[in-house]
Ligand binder design. Structure first.
Ligand SMILES: C[S@@+](CC[C@H](N)C(=O)[O-])C[C@H]1O[C@@H](n2cnc3c(N)ncnc32)[C@H](O)[C@@H]1O
Length: 311
């Protein structure tokens, strides 16, 4: 393991640094919320997810001790929140790469708005268009490669892991974070209607070549790509939901399901009748209190010092 240990290091300590980071996060939250308000369709869902998962993302990134002068890459950066948070960890230059032009445009817009805030004016970020299967960088270009919630969408995650390994410098570290739907429990158990809809969402993602159980496979993929895995960190999330008269959580989920409807029907995962009935049942369910616990996996893997840099 290099010095990218997932434990509080010098970069995570010091109240001035902490305050600076919190102001940067506040400016980032404001910019992301502007995107939530203006984005449409799948980008809106990505914006909502980027805001909602900020505490878990920041807890992980804030625990990294990134040596000054490091070159950092965020693969599948989306709106670039992690790219900017990684750059905010200290004297590092962070590059976000993504194949979605609209997400990159939003990332650049957010980054420009942060540049106007004193707390984040000195962040060094760049956003580049590129495919995870053919990253547009020479071998050995980065000391730390981060990728979050991307591998679950890939038809060929092993090829992507190979690209991560190629662009890492010898002695560098990769951190790949993703979901595993096996790590999810709730009380009460999900209703039949919700289980039907969640199963259809999962099946639609699998039909596109994705895998919502990728978390348990990440270490093996990185291992087969020439990196040395370890440690594997479970990132737990737990929430107790009191009955919500405004139904904010439910509305968000309903919005996501409505957006996914055509893909679910088009893939034959449910008929229109089954989908609409399950959605109506779910929308009409009594919202009692519930406790939900789920976890993601963060897998660290290092490139041996004697590994060739790659082409
Ligand atoms: C769920 S989003 C995650 C965004 C961000 N990493 C985060 O944690 O919020 C997945 C991202 O991966 C990108 N992506 C998917 N396939 C890709 C590919 N083949 N090459 C580059 N980016 C890809 C998508 O465009 C999207 O921005």
């Amino acid at each position: 393991m290099t010095s990218f240990e997932a434990t509080p290091g010098p970069a995570a300590s010091g109240s001035r640094l902490l305050m600076g980071r919190q102001s940067m996060w506040a400016a980032l939250d404001e910019a992301l919320n502007n995107e939530v308000a203006s984005a449409t369709d799948d980008l809106r869902w990505l914006a909502v997810q980027t805001v909602a998962s900020a505490p878990q993302r920041r807890a992980l990134i804030g625990s990294l001790s990134i040596p000054p002068g490091s070159r950092v890459l965020d693969v599948g950066c989306g709106f670039g929140a992690a790219t900017m948070e990684l750059a905010g960890q200290g004297d590092v230059a962070a590059v976000g790469v993504d194949s979605d032009g609209d997400a990159l445009e939003a990332a650049r817009r957010i980054s420009s708005s942060l540049a106007r805030s004193p707390s984040s004016a000195s962040l060094r970020t760049a956003f580049v268009s590129g495919d995870v299967y053919a990253l547009p960088f020479p071998g050995g270009s980065f000391d730390f490669v981060f990728s979050r919630f991307v591998f679950q969408h890939l038809t060929d995650p092993l090829r992507a892991a190979g690209e991560v390994a190629r662009v890492l410098a010898s002695g560098g570290t990769a951190c790949v974070v993703d979901v595993d739907d096996g790590l999810s429990i709730s009380d009460p158990a999900p209703s039949e209607a919700f289980a039907t809809l969640a199963g259809a969402l999962r099946a639609a993602q699998a039909a596109r070549g994705g895998d919502r159980f990728i978390g348990r496979r990440l270490a093996g993929l990185l291992d087969r790509s020439g990196l040395v895995p370890g440690p594997l960190i479970v990132l737990p999330q737990a929430a107790y939901h009191r009955p919500d008269p405004a139904g904010a959580e439910r509305s968000l989920m309903l919005e996501r399901l409505r957006f996914a409807r055509s893909g679910i029907l088009g893939g034959g995962h449910l008929t229109a009748g089954e989908f609409d009935r399950a959605l109506a049942d779910f929308a009409g369910e009594d919202q009692g209190p519930s406790c939900e616990i789920e976890a993601h996996l963060a897998v660290f893997a290092s490139k041996p010092h004697d590994a060739p840099p790659g082409p």
